[in-house]
Write a protein that binds this ligand. Sequence first.
Ligand code: S3P
Length: 443
Amino acid sequence: MSDEMRVRRPARLRGTIAIPGDKSVTHRAIMFNSIAAGDARIDGFLDAADTRSTLECMRALGAEIEDLGGGVLVVHGRGRGGLHEADNVLDCGNSGTTMRLLTGLVSGLPMLSVLTGDDSLRRRPMARVVRPLAQLGAEITARAAGTLPPVVVQGGPLRGGQRVDTAVASAQVKSALLLAGLAADGPTTVSEPSASRDHTERMLAAMGAGIATVEDGGRHVVTLTPPATDLVAVDVTVPGDISTAAVWMVLASLHPDAELTLMNVGINPTRTGLLDILWGMGADITLIEERVTGGEPVADLRVRSARLKGIEVGGELVPRAIDELPLVALAGALAEGETLIRDAEELRVKESDRVASTAAVLRAFGAEVEERPDGMLVRGGATLHAGSAESRGDHRLAMLGAAAGVLADGVSTIVGGGAVVVSYPEFWEELLRLQAAEGAVSR
Ligand code: S3P
């Protein structure tokens, strides 16, 4: 695939899209079943660069994982004792989730692990897991005074009875600590300013760990009590990823003549911030056939064109929509009135600085965006014109640029479009398919 993609606006957007498996759930299903006892079947896993990083790291640690094809993996777990020291560094690629969760997991394994990643990942903050894991007793260090990858961990038994209060609501940090807590000699408590995604808690509870969650003094507090024996393997049916569905939700809402049906989308309440935001802006999105699959709520989504109005997004909505905020900014540019995104300083330390990169992409199409330290202010009512946008190697920015290009007048170019392989390898084909009648995307 050429890395430079050209897009233009089709007259109509109609169709049904099968949404690929959830990235967060896939990482966890592979990782947790690799340290559990028993065989587990993972159906509908996300086959993308990030989740392949987790798969290969777990194999390097001795996990036996079969790819049966057709979106099915089988993990043959032999408990934590079934893993062994890797004979090379663990390459987490572009994946922050792989690196942070795995750092927590290997902290409790009696072996040396060195974790590294690509240029983007080696710029991302690690002190947020290195410091609290050291509090649990892990022997752990990292480059730049414990702040940046590579990370080096000499794992072993950990201290129980610890409580960690995190400064940001981060599922990666919470999950790293809960995974380390599996090797502690007592319960481990993590408190966060508001609830981040809870896939780890759901899956570990289903595998036999004790999980208790309370709201306490305005904080979301999770306590893990390690099971007396190994975790028990569980089959996982992976729901579609709402963060992937997001690009179609926003595109169909903003396009003047659209109706898309998005199949099998995970609607775990810790992930549905974008739905709440779009409904708040006046979007026409209907949930069809709500059901529960593999312990996670899912539904099909019908999204139709709507006239949106600006919105203010902050507080507990931010962790519930963190990866979708660039798309919220695009919605804001075409809505009536202003859209303010605040309390979102975390955007600055994602695969790119997503405040700066979102502003740059949207400006390339003529939108007016003012950067703030903790988010951005977007002026609504823009008429987008053709532009050339750079993904900066960030998969979500490649899709943001594509969506803006599809909504703009004329032919737009997305440089670095190949970055979509990180979370949605079929993205361009799907867009081509939707626009085939118009021939509106070209390579
Ligand atoms: C993720 C948590 C979020 C999110 C990331 C996936 C996870 O990161 O941005 O894409 O699977 O736990 P933070 O925990 O850093 O907010």
